[in-house]
Design a protein around this ligand. Structure first.
Ligand SMILES: Cc1ncc(COP(=O)(O)O)c(C=O)c1O
Length: 446
C-alpha cells in the first residue's frame, strides 16, 4: 500500500502557528498530539466526500469526518449549492431571516421533545444556553452532569471541587484556572449508567438542582436497560429539568438523536455538529413551557441566525431525509464493525468496534493494561502512514462507499500483523516512530 509523504509543509506551518495561536488549534481534537504527532497532518488544504488533502499533497481517507459533523460528507454538493445560492441574497441582515422560522418548523417536526427552538453557533454555546434557561425556569443553581458539554465556565466549574472531577467526563487534569471560585459547587458529576450516583447527588442537594444534563449515549457507552428512564423519573421526582446533549448524537444516530433512538424525552435538548454538515450552527430545543422562559432572558448574539448556518441546517436535514442517509451510514458502520472485528480477530488482536454503527468506538481489551496507549499509537501511526485519518472514534458519513471499507481492510491487512508482532514481542512502544500521543490536557496547555 502506498505511503504518504511526511507532511513537512503542514508542520512548518504548525510551528509558525504555535508562535501566534496559543495551543496551536481552536479545537482540542485538531491537535496532532492526539494522533501520531509528526505524521498526522495538522492542516488540510481541501476536502471532498470522505477525503481531505493536506498541505503536502497527501490525501487521506477520513473516518472521523470533522469530529462527526460532516455527516453527508465534505463539500456536499446539495448543501454547498444551497449555501452559495443564499449568499447571493445576503448572509445576515438588520432584521431576521424567515429561514429561522422555516428551520424551527422542521426541527419541531423532527425532534420528539421540540416545541420551541433557539439558535446559536456550536455545541458548547447550545449547552450554556440550555443550562441558563433551566436555571431561570427552576430558580435553582446546581447542575448535575455526565459527559462532555463544552468549554464554558458553568461546566469547568466542576473542577473547582478538585482537579480530577472532569477526568472521566472530559480529559484528565483540567485546571479550573480563570473560572470564578464563586461557581464552586454549582456543577456536580454523576456516573453514566449508575442511577445510584445520580440519586445520591439529588438527595444531597434536595430542592437545589436546576437540571440534569447528559449525553444519552456516546461511542461504546450505550444506556443500560432502564437507565435513561430512571434518569427521567429521578428528574421528575426532584423537580429538576432533564437536558440531553445531542451535539454528537443529533442528526447522526437518528435525525431526532438519542431521544428518538431510545424513546426517552428530555425537557430540553441541544444540537450542533451534524445538523449543518460543516457550517457553524447550533440549536436548543425543548418543551414550550420551559423554552418560553428564554423570552425573558438575555440570550442574544449577532451571528446566531445568519442565513448561511440556517440554510446549511435546513438543507442538511432535508438531504439526510431524502437520501435516507442515516440508514445508509448505519449499514456502512455495521460493515466497518464486521470487517474490523474479523480482521483484528484473524491476527489474534483483542480489539473490537463497539457502539451504534453511526458512531463507533474501537475498544482495546483491558487485558492489554498499560500497553493500550502504545497499541493505539502504533495503530494510528501505521494507518496514518498508509493514508488513513483514523483513530479509535469512528464517525462515517453518507459520502463513504463500500470501496472505502475495502481500502480500510487492505490497510488492516498490513497493519494488524505489525501490531500482533509488536505485542507478541512485548515491544509496542519500541516500534513507535512518533512521540506518544497525549490526552493529558494539562501537558498540552501547560
Ligand atoms: C457531547 C458534546 N457536547 C458539546 C460539545 C461542544 O460542542 P462545540 O465544539 O460545537 O462547542 C461537544 C464537542 O465535541 C460534544 O461532543
Amino acid at each position: 500500500m502506498e505511503q504518504i509523504k511526511r507532511p513537512e509543509r503542514s508542520y512548518e506551518a504548525y510551528d509558525r502557528a504555535l508562535a501566534l495561536i496559543p495551543g496551536g488549534t481552536q479545537l482540542i481534537s485538531r491537535r496532532p498530539q492526539l494522533y501520531a504527532p509528526g505524521l498526522t497532518p495538522p492542516y488540510a488544504a481541501s476536502a471532498a466526500g470522505a477525503r481531505f488533502t493536506d498541505l503536502d499533497g497527501n490525501t487521506y481517507l477520513d473516518t472521523m469526518m470533522c469530529v462527526g459533523a460532516a455527516i453527508l460528507g465534505y463539500a456536499d454538493e446539495a448543501v454547498d449549492a444551497a449555501v452559495v445560492a443564499q449568499i447571493r441574497h445576503g448572509t445576515a441582515y438588520s432584521v431576521s431571516s424567515p429561514l429561522e422560522l422555516e428551520l424551527a418548523e422542521e426541527l419541531v417536526a423532527t425532534i420528539p421533545c421540540a416545541e420551541m427552538v433557539r439558535y446559536c453557533k456550536g455545541g458548547g454555546e447550545a449547552n450554556a444556553i440550555a443550562v441558563r434557561i433551566a436555571r431561570a425556569a427552576t430558580g435553582r443553581e446546581i447542575v448535575l452532569f455526565c459527559g462532555y458539554h463544552g468549554w464554558q465556565d458553568w461546566y469547568l466549574a466542576a473542577n473547582l471541587e478538585g482537579e480530577h472531577v472532569l477526568d472521566s467526563h472530559l480529559l484528565p487534569g483540567i485546571q479550573p484556572r480563570g473560572i470564578p471560585n464563586g461557581l464552586r459547587g454549582t456543577a456536580l458529576p454523576f456516573r453514566y449508567n449508575d442511577l445510584a450516583s445520580l440519586e445520591e447527588q439529588l438527595a444531597r442537594h434536595r430542592g437545589e438542582v436546576a437540571c440534569i444534563i447528559l449525553e444519552a449515549s456516546r461511542g461504546a457507552s450505550l444506556p443500560a436497560p432502564g437507565f435513561l428512564e430512571g434518569v427521567r423519573a429521578l428528574a421528575d421526582a426532584h423537580g429538576a429539568l432533564l437536558i440531553f446533549d445531542e451535539v454528537v448524537t443529533g442528526f447522526r444516530i437518528a435525525l431526532g438523536g438519542a431521544q428518538e433512538c431510545f424513546g426517552v424525552l428530555p425537557d430540553l435538548a441541544t444540537y450542533a455538529k451534524a445538523i449543518s454538515n460543516g457550517y457553524a450552527m447550533g440549536a436548543v430545543v425543548g418543551r414550550r413551557e420551559v423554552m418560553q422562559v428564554a423570552a425573558e432572558l438575555f440570550i442574544s448574539s449577532t451571528y446566531w441566525s445568519d442565513a448561511v448556518g440556517l440554510t446549511a441546517a435546513l438543507t442538511t436535514l432535508r438531504e439526510l431525509r431524502r437520501r435516507d442517509a442515516l440508514a445508509y451510514v448505519g449499514a456502512l458502520g455495521e460493515g466497518f464493525r464486521a470487517r474490523f472485528d474479523a480482521a483484528a480477530a484473524a491476527h489474534g488482536l483483542r480489539m473490537r468496534a463497539e457502539g451504534l454503527p453511526q458512531q463507533l468506538a474501537i475498544v482495546l481489551d483491558e487485558g492489554y493494561g498499560t500497553a493500550r496507549r502504545a497499541i493505539k499509537d502504533l495503530y494510528v501511526q501505521e494507518m496514518t502512514r498508509r493514508g488513513f485519518f483514523t483513530s479509535l472514534g469512528v464517525s462515517l458519513s453518507a459520502a463513504h462507499r463500500e470501496a472505502d471499507l475495502d481500502e480500510l481492510d487492505a490497510g488492516w491487512a498490513e497493519v494488524f500483523p505489525l501490531l500482533a508482532a509488536a505485542i507478541a514481542a512485548g515491544n509496542v512502544a519500541g516500534r513507535l516512530e512518533v512521540a506518544p500521543s497525549i490526552d493529558a490536557f494539562r501537558r498540552q496547555v501547560g
